[in-house]
Design a protein around this ligand. Sequence first.
Ligand code: C2E
Ligand code: MG
Ligand code: MG
Length: 243
Amino acid sequence: RNGEIQVYYQPIYYAWTGEIALAEALARWFSGEFGSISPAKFIPTLEESGYITKLDYHVYQTVYNLIEKRRKEGKRVVDIGVNLSRMDLMDKHIMDTILGDMKNSDLPSGSISYELTESAYAGVSEDGNSFLTKMHEEGTKLLVDDFGSGVSSFSTIRDFDFDILKLDMGFVQKIGLNRKNNNIIISLIELAHRLDLKVIAEGVETKEQADFLRNYGCDYFQGFYFAKPMPQEEFEALLDKQS
Ligand code: C2E
Ligand code: MG
Ligand code: MG
């Protein structure tokens, strides 16, 4: 209501061309009272109190408006991922609202994609599952966030139809430091490709990490080495520069 929550955008780059391929929308809270607060702090609190669905819907609408605006202006735009909490998949109201919005939307399907963690998929209810299936059938891309960090289960990746696997930054940041870690990454990229999934490496901070990942076929990069999450105006300026 006070406009203290802002949506930042972090570009995601093609591994080979260095062009912006996609982006992720990330919530930022600039509190008049407490200053800037990290999502790692306020997201869990919103999940506990049930308000997370309101935040996620706000982020979704903001992203929708940005894509619609740039399309109307005839400017370049990329598909943008919105984070969904496991709580959203327990809330029939928000799921029905998003499905309804998508049916009435003028945007090409796939313009907005959804990022969910493995544990959100693993614990999904019947309603949540049917929501994800419907969204996917309509062309919405589904991403597995933080892959490898939580309750990874091969049956989850077998049983759900995802499009993109986001390799957790815990693996990316240990590249070159641990032989087992390197081999897990190589195997995960191969596994993903065998399942027709693309791979985004999260948290790429160095050239060495990017080179290693590119050599082993990683499709996309997201991380401070390329760009930090930024306000909408900056993100738009970056897109304008590349078009
Ligand atoms: P996430 O979805 O895995 O988002 C990626 C996080 O990694 C972001 O943290 C981003 O700023 C950070 N990051 C990106 N590149 C690098 C890098 O090179 N190095 C390091 N150290 N970090 C990097 P952020 O923005 O603090 O968000 C934390 C988490 O909060 C997100 O993790 C996501 O789970 C949650 N979150 C953020 N916005 C939303 C939202 O609108 N809705 C929901 N439900 N969750 C959100
Ligand atoms: Mg995410
Ligand atoms: Mg992540």
